[in-house]
Design a binder for this molecule. Sequence first.
Ligand code: NAD
Length: 451
Amino acid sequence: MEISNLINQLRSRFHQGVTRPLAWRKQQLQQLRKLLTDNEQAISAALHADLGKCHSEAWLSETGFLLSDIDHTLSHLNKWSKPRRVSTPLVAQPGNSYMQPEPKGVVLIIGAWNYPLQLTLAPLVAAIAAGNCAVLKPSELAAHTDKLIAELLPAYLDRDCFAVVQGGVEPTTALLAEQFDHIFYTGGEAVGKIVMRAAADYLTPVTLELGGKSPCVVDSDTNLRVTADRIVWSKWMNAGQTCVAPDYVLVEKVFVPKLLDAIKDSLKRFYGDDPRQSQDYGRIINLRHFERLQGYLEGQNVVHGGQTDPESRYFSPTIVLEPDWYSPVMQQEIFGPILPIVSIEHIADAAAFINQRPKPLAMYIYSNQSQLSKQLIAQTSAGSVCVNDGMMFMANPGLPFGGVGNSGMGAYHGQFGFDTFSHLKAVMKRRFIFDIPLRYPPFSDSKLSIL
Ligand code: NAD
């Protein structure tokens, strides 16, 4: 079907009010739940084919994540969709005021390839909950997951309200030429700008979930083993292809050898002597990204790893020591299994280092000194901060997930997702009694003095 016909069809369905009843939204969310549980094996196989994701990681970061997101949404939907009362000032008495969440309409969700299921369906959970129709455009780079989403979604959800468009630049460009009521984009900054420019033509609101270089500050006063385990877990999950992975480590010079040894020790415990043989270590999405990552190693002091195999897109967990500030590995988001360790004289200098770069999506601080983390949180800006852990903050639906500055705009997860796909309509209800005419013309100084 032509893209403009598809959007018209969804729009007319939306205007029929099909998506508005809470019972319908809940039923669609249950159907999405069923899609995930019925097809768990097929999903896991697709994610393995795309990214070498092992079953446990696929469950933790994609299918299981989505199931708890759906359950959380189902148990809070009644509350989120209720009118939200606010107080009414004396001048508007007698009266009452509230915000009524209403669905935005037909929304476009453009997903990324690194968590190709989660990043496409988690915004959909929020869009359904808020009562919208939606077009999904999964990333074509995760080809197996893309195909599976396109096959499964129409089999489980209302086909007149939800559609999947597959493909790369061409269909996405065609979609962006249409009018939507919200565009939710996950991916890199360059395409984020294309999306925002296209949205400007219709003044369509956008959510941009982008990336950036997320710093990881490690204080010498920390629990070394747990710190290393948590850095390794969050950096090398999905072979480093995670938007909130620690991009580089900032640590005091004297502490570098100890931290390096601890990270190597964790890597060995997690992935064995040869991570290529580990079932739990992923692969790079495609050759273009593989070669981009290889390029980052040119001229660098590689102190661990560095083994690569283009055929299987294996790229070992790699550590680079003291990279040059102006080298590509420190200028661009790595988005792969390379961890630069950068030393600073004093840990308190970390804020100045971070503030010289665009605002990151996430920042990590490992320290026993609560004063240090408090100071760093106050002195820097980031989409999210996690103290003494990696991306665990994502597991809390009570926290918004989104960037700031170059790392994005808008947020989702939990109620923040529901609100993203809703318009909070301001409503004031007045009564006809006590109509004090002071605000009506003709004006006079005596009327003004009473007001
Ligand atoms: P990608 O290549 O999968 O692109 C994202 C989407 O944009 C895809 O659906 C793709 O088809 C579409 N697209 C690509 N080129 C386009 C064009 N010229 N016009 C219109 N649409 C186009 O993703 P990517 O950009 O390689 O993703 C990596 C980036 O995404 C990293 O910076 C990463 O940090 C970020 N990311 C952010 C989050 C988050 O939640 N904030 C999550 C994952 C990835």
